[in-house]
Design a protein around this ligand. Structure first.
Ligand SMILES: *[C@@H]1O[C@H](CO)[C@@H](O)[C@H](O)[C@H]1NC(C)=O
Ligand SMILES: *[C@@H]1O[C@H](CO)[C@@H](O)[C@H](O)[C@H]1NC(C)=O
Ligand SMILES: *[C@@H]1O[C@H](CO)[C@@H](O)[C@H](O)[C@H]1NC(C)=O
Ligand SMILES: *[C@@H]1O[C@H](CO)[C@@H](O)[C@H](O)[C@H]1NC(C)=O
Length: 622
């Protein structure tokens, strides 16, 4: 018992020392079920893959899993339902009329259209080459105007991934033979453009580097375009294959620090009113287990596709490049088609917005990224990213002027688990995260966890939240917040600061007894200290508490101990203890006894022997 407590203490001290001053890469606060409203739904069965799709109502979602489909209503749980399917669901889309569902039994991929209420009971057709064979295949897809744009493997053995279009009336369009192993991570419409004929589909992928040089990177990340209007080439060249396919490398790194991120993991698109301003938030990793987020604009991607020369193309043919989407690509001249077939890569790379580096570089292992736009006061808009961590937590990150601020680490699960998928619902500001057996709804506007004071709320810099005069609550036109600077002065200006009443506890402590005082460290970005008379003493951080160790109570140690925190330029007292000596020698704890022993009536105050470890502790602190 004693050992484990001390192990925790020591590890925690070591860990905090290792973190050093690099605090802005750590979440400011950690929020669990106590602080945030989570609504959860257990899925019957175990699911290796969970596909998530917005349901027919607010707060409802479809979940496709292992031989089951669920319609979960988080508002009215009793109205949730489930349907039994003949396959594991791999693709889930909807339009005004139907659900479009694909699945696999591991050997035969199938798809079907189904009325929304029947879930997955529908007449399937074989979907080899459009839907994944295996539940382990990522294969992002888009469903537009009854056409499916997909990236599944062509063969059950697991190769031949490529961009393909199926369904609709225009016939299938395929990608050429695979040159190397490819993993597709995202797909989006690049549009709507003023001339809808010019709308494109952008696909994001990572592929094994063909360059076998020992110093070459193992992976390269790319964005690929195809024209939505593409109908393939002639019988001789590119028949039923894309005539508008072009790919460009995505650059994400800090060349001056020799830090490159080549392995794309996930993308999230924030569409803007004008398609060129739409942003791609791309999550990368490198060989060192670091993560980075780079931001690209669709306009910049389009510029590379239209302005860059093509790799290896020394004799460009007129009208072949830049690519313009045409009504009927089957009528393109042979020499244009030949060029389109032979030169599908740009020399230029797509670089992050404004020629910037990664907007965020982190030692956290992120897996999924979702971006949301949050309206602030006036016309101001903020971007918040939600990044899943390997152990089942989610980081809520503010993106501002190319800087990252980790607002909070959210713990929707009480145990370590693997987050399989995330769905952001921008209209209701809910995030859905799924594991193999559960789906949890996170209310992004749940704000109580930041604290009871206006200053707590403002320091949080959470654009979803604001101070309404009595509590930290969902932001509105009437709430106070300072997303840009997190300045507590906002509260004074707003005249909405409440009187902070510091809890004061009096404790009588036996002479010579050993103690610790504790004070909760809510913000990892704040500095906590103990003030006693004229002296200031550092904290021993442990388990989210700022501890003060008193080895041996004596009359000089009597008096008031205040736990004082400072963050940015705000300084506040969290709690005050008043210690008085209790002269009762009969109660003395023998120095040979190292048992944890509660002396006080108050749970806040625990005394126990620390003598054997104190020298080590002090070495560590200093
Ligand atoms: C699901 O995952 C488990 C454990 O990873 C694996 O053994 C099993 O084969 C998977 N099932 C399918 C259908 O892939
Ligand atoms: C691509 O195709 C070639 C030839 O069919 C095959 O040998 C290779 O394994 C494929 N690459 C991958 C892993 O997709
Ligand atoms: C890029 O530059 C423009 C104009 O200077 C600025 O408005 C915008 O905020 C910048 N974007 C980022 C992500 O820094
Ligand atoms: C401790 O603080 C309380 C309230 O702030 C005050 O009333 C008391 O006199 C102080 N005690 C000592 C010993 O300074």
């Amino acid at each position: 018992m004693r050992l484990s407590l001390w192990t925790v203490l020591l590890l925690s001290i070591l860990f905090n020392a290792a973190k050093g001053t690099n605090y802005h890469h750590n979440p400011r606060v950690t929020l669990t079920e106590k602080d945030v409203s989570f609504r959860r739904h257990r899925l019957s069965g175990e699911h290796n893959r969970t596909e998530l799709l917005q349901g027919p109502k607010d707060y409802s979602i479809y979940v496709g899993g292992h031989r089951k489909m669920f319609l979960i209503d988080f508002q009215a749980p009793s109205q949730s339902k489930e349907g039994v399917c003949e396959y594991d669901i791999t693709i889930l889309h909807k339009d005004e009329e139907d659900l479009f569902v694909c699945g696999t039994n591991g050997i035969h991929p199938v798809c079907c259209h189904t009325p929304k209420e029947t879930l997955c009971s529908c007449k399937t057709y074989s979907a080899e080459g459009s839907a994944p064979f295996s539940v382990n295949e990522r294969a992002p897809s888009l469903y537009i105007e009854k056409e499916l744009y997909s990236t599944a493997n062509l063969y059950a053995q697991g190769d031949g991934a490529g961009i393909r279009r199926h369904g609709g009336t225009r016939g299938r369009i395929w990608s050429g033979a695979n040159k190397t192993e490819q993993i597709y991570v995202g797909m989006t419409l690049s549009g709507p453009r003023a001339d809808r004929l010019q709308d494109r589909i952008y696909t994001f992928l990572v592929e094994r580097n063909l360059d076998q040089h020992p110093e070459a990177d193992l992976w390269v990340s790319r964005v690929t375009q195809v024209c939505k209007a593409d109908r393939g080439g002639t019988k001789a060249i590119l028949q039923n294959q894309w005539t508008s396919l072009l790919s460009a490398q995505l650059f994400c790194g800090l060349p001056e620090r020799k830090l490159g991120f080549k392995h794309l993991l996930d993308v999230s698109i924030l569409h803007a009113d004008s398609w060129r301003d739409s942003r791609v938030y791309a999550l990368f990793t490198n060989g060192w287990g670091m993560s980075a987020v780079c931001i690209y604009t669709m306009g910049d991607i389009d510029d590379v596709f239209t302005k860059s020369s093509l790799k290896g193309n020394r004799k460009p043919v007129p009208n072949s490049h830049p690519i313009k989407c045409v009504e009927d690509s089957r009528k393109l001249p042979q020499e244009v088609l030949r060029q389109r077939k032979d030169y599908q890569e740009t020399n230029d790379w797509v670089r992050p917005v404004n020629g910037s580096g990664p907007f965020m570089v982190s030692h956290h292992h992120y897996r999924h990224i979702r971006a949301d736009r949050v309206s602030g006061k006036g016309l101001r808009q903020h971007t918040v990213l939600l990044l899943s961590l390997e152990r089942g937590a989610v980081h809520k990150v503010l993106e501002q002027n190319g800087q990252a601020f980790i607002i909070a680490e959210l713990h929707p699960f009480s145990h370590r688990t693997h987050i399989q998928n995330m769905l952001l619902q921008p209209s209701t500001k809910r995030l859905y995260v799924s594991t193999s057996s559960e789906v949890v709804e996170l209310d992004l506007r749940s704000c109580q966890g930041y604290g009871q004071q206006c200053e707590d709320c403002v320091l949080a810099r959470d654009p979803y939240c604001g101070w309404d005069g009595s509590q930290c609550t969902a932001a509105s036109g009437h709430t106070i917040q300072d997303v840009e600077h997190g300045s507590y002065l906002m509260c004074k200006e707003g005249g909405k600061t409440a009187k902070n009443v510091v809890p004061h506890e009096v404790h009588r402590v036996p002479l010579s007894a050993r103690f610790f005082l504790q004070c909760p460290m809510l913000s990892s970005h704040a500095q906590y200290r103990w003030h006693h008379q004229e002296q200031q003493r550092e904290c021993l951080p442990a388990e989210g508490q700022c501890l003060l160790l008193i080895e041996k109570m004596s009359p000089e140690l009597e008096g008031n101990y205040s736990c004082v925190a400072s963050e940015r330029d705000y300084v506040w007292t969290l709690i005050q203890y008043e210690l008085q000596t209790e002269i009762d020698t009969g109660q003395l704890v023998p120095s040979s006894q190292h048992e944890l022993k509660t002396e006080s009536k108050s749970e806040q105050l625990v005394s126990f022997s620390i003598a054997p470890l104190l020298p080590l502790l002090l070495t560590l602190i200093n």
